[in-house]
Write a protein that binds this ligand. Structure first.
Ligand SMILES: CC(C)(O)CC(=O)SCCNC(=O)CCNC(=O)[C@H](O)C(C)(C)COP(=O)(O)OP(=O)(O)OC[C@H]1O[C@@H](n2cnc3c(N)ncnc32)[C@H](O)[C@@H]1OP(=O)(O)O
Length: 258
């Protein structure tokens, strides 16, 4: 498949996806999100891919949904097509580890897309926001829910009601991003993190990701029960045997993803 709005580069077992609509600050058009969804399907099915990094340009990770495309849509258009469509949410069902590497603007759907990744590494130039209210709408790709879980009610209300932007330092302080790096090291750092993850057992990484994600969805008791059962099931894998044997034998483990 050829992609008009995305670039794909392989770095060993890590797929680097670059959103590529520079003329519109990577605004997330229906075509772009459909391409991203199709590409994630292909990467999920490809056993040679262990992790994914999604990035944009120096100026913008993504400036949100494509306002020019959606400005004249009617209620029936968005309701019947169920916009935000499944293609936007494909990242939330992607089972391999995903990292958003954010420089510049991550606004509206751009911020929402970054929050759908497993974690966010931000350049010191990054700016996050949910400015939908300034154009007469509200976040529609999970912003009110995910941002609130990341940064708490008070700050989420501030962001969503004023539409203000948060700089990278504030985003790190309040837990929206996991790491802050100089802009010229963003891709290197994100690829290094993904490469480190790709050395782990792939099924164990999936279980770890499933367990952390469950914390978003359930009570503490249910989440701990879920974690415990997954933890137990790691003992049914060859990779748990290999990992612990390697520790005892003072060598590097050689995981076989079994
Ligand atoms: C997903 C949902 C449901 O949650 C909804 C949304 O995401 S709604 C969209 C939320 N995002 C925004 O409201 C941000 C819109 N953009 C801006 O405020 C500004 O572009 C900026 C602050 C990010 C950057 O400003 P500046 O440097 O002055 O650049 P511009 O001249 O404004 O932009 C350059 C070029 O890109 C086009 N552009 C920017 N953002 C979008 C967008 N979201 N959709 C479509 N096009 C966008 C902008 O129109 C410019 O193009 P030209 O008009 O010059 O052709």
């Amino acid at each position: 498949m050829t992609y008009q709005n995305l670039l794909l580069e392989m770095h060993g077992k890590v797929a680097l996806i670059t959103l590529n609509r520079p003329q519109a600050l990577n605004a997330l058009s229906p075509e772009l999100t459909a391409e991203l969804s199709a590409l994630l399907d292909a990467l999920e099915a490809d056993d040679s891919v262990a992790a994914v990094v999604i990035t944009g340009s120096e100026k913008a990770f993504a400036a949100g949904a494509d306002i020019k495309a959606m400005k004249d849509w009617s209620y029936m258009d968005v309701y019947k097509s169920d916009f935000i469509t499944a293609s936007w949410e494909r990242l939330t069902t992607f089972r391999k580890p995903s990292i958003a590497a954010v420089a510049g603007y991550a606004l509206g759907g751009g911020c929402e897309l970054a929050m759908m990744c497993d974690f966010i590494i931000a350049a010191d130039t990054a700016k996050f926001g949910q400015p939908e209210i300034t154009i007469g709408t509200i976040p529609g790709a999970g912003g009110t829910q995910r941002l609130t879980r990341f940064i708490g009610k008070s700050k989420a209300m501030d962001m969503v009601l004023t539409g203000r932007m948060m700089d990278a330092q504030e985003a790190e302080r309040c837990g929206l991003v996991s790491r802050l790096v100089p802009a010229d090291r963003l891709i290197e750092e994100a690829l290094a993190a993904a490469e480190k993850i790709s050395q782990m057992s792939a099924p164990i990484a999936m279980m770890a990701k499933d367990a952390v994600n469950r914390a978003f969805e359930t009570t503490l008791a249910e989440g701990i029960h879920f974690e415990r059962r997954l933890f137990h099931s790691t003992f049914a894998t060859e990779d748990q045997k290999e990992g612990m044997a390697a520790f005892v034998e003072k060598r590097k483990p050689s995981f076989r993803n079994r």
